[in-house]
Design a protein around this ligand. Structure first.
Ligand code: NDP
Length: 313
């Protein structure tokens, strides 16, 4: 059976992006993370890594890419690398990309994303930039003068300067996408959002499809604990096709040409990869309909509240 790591879709830049990418948020220890990443690249033949300054995993990704490249197990340039600019860098994303490129041991990334359409104050401590600055009462310190459009424009400049081959966004609503397109005339290459059978976001899906914006599904299994793998229809289809529930969610996304970014720090699990199957259109539609009638968002970070996302909280 073919593997899901082999299929790609075209970005509006003309570049191909692999539909399966390795999610690199890590809740585990560094050694397990590195082992899982190695299994993804060497055994499961992933060609795409999704990371961010915020995840604190870029240095380990840089180390593994370099060592696997040196030992001839992979070619670094064959791997599609995405990183993201966190809101504390909203006004100076050039500093963010410098840090990311240094940690990743690269001179450019394939895709640079604006992580969130919000702006935090620039606060430094002895460890460097504070990712989530808060006042004494625990309130997030937003930059009142900030505007996410400024960040988007600066990311486009970074692309022109050769630091990224493509620029996209993450956690953008239709209204936000329309604003940046209207103000810059540049359609983002992609929009990375939470998307899965519990949250198909069909209006956003239809809008992005029409505009040629590739959607990327984060938290596809419902994040920690993988609740989406317990959806009865997912389990039913897994047994029909003799694959795992995780394979069904991956193939649901691939059938819709949505990039999918599952995470696992379990190297044995990662090694197996995901099987490529042909879900019937009626099955993909049924999974969408499940989400329409049972909507649930699993990632409800406080800085996303009030931004207009579907089914928040
Ligand atoms: P996922 O939805 O990928 O779920 C991860 C969980 O699923 C882990 O607990 C993992 O456990 C478990 N899991 C994985 N495979 C299986 C399996 N086959 N059977 C049972 N359990 C399984 O979570 P994330 O929220 O991390 O999302 C994935 C990626 O999306 C992130 O790593 C990141 O790259 C991106 N992301 C982007 C965001 C953004 O704002 N742009 C926000 C959130 C995520 P185990 O490790 O034990 O396998």
């Amino acid at each position: 059976m073919a593997s899901a790591s082999s299929v790609t879709v075209k970005l509006n830049t003309g570049a191909e992006i692999p539909l399966l990418g390795f999610g690199t948020v890590s809740e585990d220890n560094v050694e397990n993370f590195k082992e899982a990443l190695t299994a993804a690249l060497v055994d499961a033949k992933y060609k795409h890594i999704d990371t961010a300054w915020w995840y604190n995993t870029e240095p380990y990704i840089g180390e593994i890419l370099e060592s696997l490249d040196k030992s001839g197990k992979i070619k670094k340039e064959d791997i599609f690398i995405t990183t993201k600019v966190w809101p504390c860098f909203w006004n100076d994303p050039e500093n963010s990309i410098e840090i990311s490129l240094k940690n990743l041991k690269l001179d450019k990334v394939d895709l640079l994303l604006q992580h969130w359409p919000v702006c935090f104050q620039k606060v430094e401590d002895s460890n460097g930039r504070v990712g989530l600055p808060k006042d004494a009462a625990g309130n997030i310190l937003y930059d009142k003068n900030g505007d996410y459009l400024v960040t988007y424009k600066k990311l486009l400049k970074l692309k022109d300067e050769g630091k990224a081959k493509a620029v996209g966004v993450s956690n953008f609503t239709i209204e936000m996408l329309e604003r940046v397109i209207k103000e810059t005339n540049v359609v983002p290459a992609c929009n990375q959002v939470e998307m899965h059978p519990h949250l198909p976001q069909l209006d956003l899906y239809n809008y992005c499809t029409e505009k040629g914006i590739v959607l990327e599904a984060y938290s596809p299994f419902g994040s920690s604990g993988a609740p989406n793998l317990k959806i009865p229809l997912v389990k039913e289809l897994a047994s029909k096709y003799d694959v795992t529930p995780a394979d069904i969610i991956v193939n649901y996304s691939i059938a819709k040409k949505i990039v999918i970014l599952p995470r696992s720090s379990n190297a044995e699990r990662v090694k197996k990869g995901y099987k490529l199957i042909n879900l019937e259109k009626s099955e993909v539609d049924a999974l969408d309909q499940f989400g329409v009638t049972h909507p649930q968002r699993f990632v409800n970070d406080p800085w996303g509240k009030g931004l207009g996302f579907e089914h928040w909280g």
